[in-house]
Design a protein around this ligand. Structure first.
Ligand code: CA
Length: 522
């Protein structure tokens, strides 16, 4: 499957990382991994998206003081599957977590938290877990139930249910800081601070409701995409702002049920007059879609602001305690998100807004501050990165590659030039009782992404076609050039690369839709 990095070379690499540091005794770095949920790279100001949607000064600090990865991709753009890949360093067909509909994570498999725990790290996961089974490999876990809720959420702490008054992002951060304060300072720590925000239904902290002063947001060029030049899957999805987005829950014409009476007063003071003004206008067609887009971005970006402010709280704690110098801080999201591109919200697709995710890593003494990296990296790479940083051997089962050489500024010459992707979740393949209403009718597909091209095969249940996008000429992925004579050579090479990667990654399925039967067995 992949080569094993010998233990001694990992140790050498780890100790050389500290050559620039004056600490006398090389020590295992602490690891703090902040993961948000559905945080689009377009909504991280360090990535400089053209709409300038929001300023995220605290997250940007990690770019300014560390490395910004500009081509970080996930292999299956969905919450649970991506988390399983982060934890195990493997693809869905290896770790068994294909979809959010009926999969349960097998906690007996190898994960990086387990290996770090064994290596003497204190380990904890706090926040959104969403893998359906209890976490394993952690000294402490305190997680939301399922998706969790934004206001006054109950959390499951090592099996004990406690309701926490307040806003979920503040609560997860507070619990993370509490855990850091009570840990044994003689041991290194590995903390997963995994936020729920800005996941649907995008419910902001009440203090942030007026954060954008009723800004009108620039529209993406493809908000009214008609999907011409692409196949049935794009035409027949169910994830548009215009049609799919619900007026009450998503667009806040109704208040969420979890607010306390005091909280609801604040919520109403913001939303009710704006909703009344909206209803009086009787908007239809494009103007209604534009209103929904603006309401969506207001709510989504307010949630992002809550995440950014809380990243600031954590970074301040690391500064104040002196921990910052020996702590690797990672900020990422479990996948990207459509912010109106193609008329969509949500994720799932192999396309850039969805498969690409933010990744920022600060590692004082190792990463040159303010550096950027364009290598194709992935959520499967983080497990091996943490293990190598901690001087631990890397299990052969893992399918990513350690980012440590990239972080050191010495990228290997044989770094990957294509990343394999496979999305599975589709209502028809989920057993009754497990229908995920929010699957958005996105047909299963696999493919590869290179620095310039995206190649995808939509293969089930009622489709069988390929698409090829030249992102240099068509950055929005609006026009498939598959079968176009001028791309014949490129197409042949990319098709060969898909076959090679499927073999290398031990993909068991043929293109036969029956292969998806594996998805429903759990
Ligand atoms: Ca997610």
């Amino acid at each position: 499957m992949k080569k094993i990095i010998p233990f001694f070379s990992a140790m050498l690499a780890a100790s050389s990382l500290w050559a620039a540091d004056n600490t006398a005794v090389p020590s295992k770095p602490n690891i703090l991994f902040i993961l948000s949920d559905d945080h689009a790279w377009q909504a991280v100001s360090a990535y400089g998206e053209s709409r300038h949607l929001i300023q995220t000064p605290n997250i940007d600090r990690l770019a300014n003081e560390g490395m910004r990865f500009d081509r970080c991709l996930v292999n299956n753009a969905l919450c649970g599957p991506s988390r399983a890949s982060f934890i195990t360093g493997t693809y869905s067909h290896i770790n068994g977590f294909y979809n959010n509909g009926n999969c349960r994570f097998d906690g007996s498999q190898i994960t990086f938290p387990k290996l770090l725990q064994k290596a003497g790290y204190q380990t904890a996961v706090i926040g959104k877990w969403h893998l359906e089974t209890d976490p394993t490999g952690f000294d402490y876990w305190n997680i939301l139930y399922g998706q969790g809720i934004y206001y006054n959420p109950p959390l499951n702490c090592n099996g004990q249910k406690t309701i926490h008054p307040g806003y979920v992002t503040d609560i997860i951060t507070g619990l993370s800081l509490d855990w850091l304060k009570q840990r044994d300072p003689s041991k290194p720590f590995m903390l997963l601070c995994w936020q729920k925000a800005p996941h649907r239904e995008w419910e902001p902290a009440l203090r942030d409701l007026d954060f954008d002063h009723d800004r009108t947001y620039p529209l993406p060029d493809s908000l009214f995409d008609d999907y011409s030049g692409r196949g049935l899957a794009e035409h027949d999805q169910n994830m548009t702002i215009a049609e799919t987005m619900r007026m009450n829950e998503d667009c806040k014409l109704a208040a969420p049920p979890d607010l306390s009476p005091e909280q609801k007063k604040i919520w109403d003071a913001y939303y009710v007059p704006r909703n009344e003004a909206f209803l009086k206008k009787n908007l239809t067609g494009r103007t209604l879609t534009e209103w929904k887009y603006n309401r969506y971005l207001h709510d989504y970006l307010a949630c992002v602001k809550g995440v950014d402010d809380n990243v600031g709280r954590i970074l301040k704690y690391l500064d104040d305690t002196g921990l910052a110098t020996n702590t690797i801080v990672v900020y990422s999201s479990d996948q990207g998100f459509f912010l109106g591109e193609h008329g969509w919200f949500d994720k799932r697709w192999i396309f850039q807004e969805s498969a690409r995710t933010p990744l920022l890593i600060r590692w004082p003494g190792t990463v040159h501050p303010g550096s950027t990296n364009c290598a194709l990296v992935s959520n499967t790479d983080l497990a091996e990165t943490f293990l190598q940083a901690a001087g631990q051997p890397i299990p052969e089962r893992m399918q990513g590659r350690s980012l440590v050489p990239l972080l050191q500024g010495t990228p290997p010459a044989d770094w990957r030039t294509a990343l394999y992707y496979h999305y599975y979740e589709f209502e028809a393949y989920l057993p009754s009782g497990h229908k995920n209403w929010a699957s958005h009718h996105v047909r299963p597909h696999y493919g590869i992404i290179t620095d310039r091209y995206t190649l995808a095969h939509f293969y089930a249940p009622d489709v069988d076609y390929w698409e090829l996008f030249d992102r240099e000429k068509d950055p929005g992925e609006m026009r498939s050039v598959f079968g176009n004579a001028s791309y014949a050579n490129v197409q042949t090479k990319l098709l060969q690369e898909v076959v090679r990667l499927r073999k290398e990654l031990e993909e068991p399925g043929k293109d036969d839709p029956k292969a998806l039967g594996r998805v429903t067995k759990k």
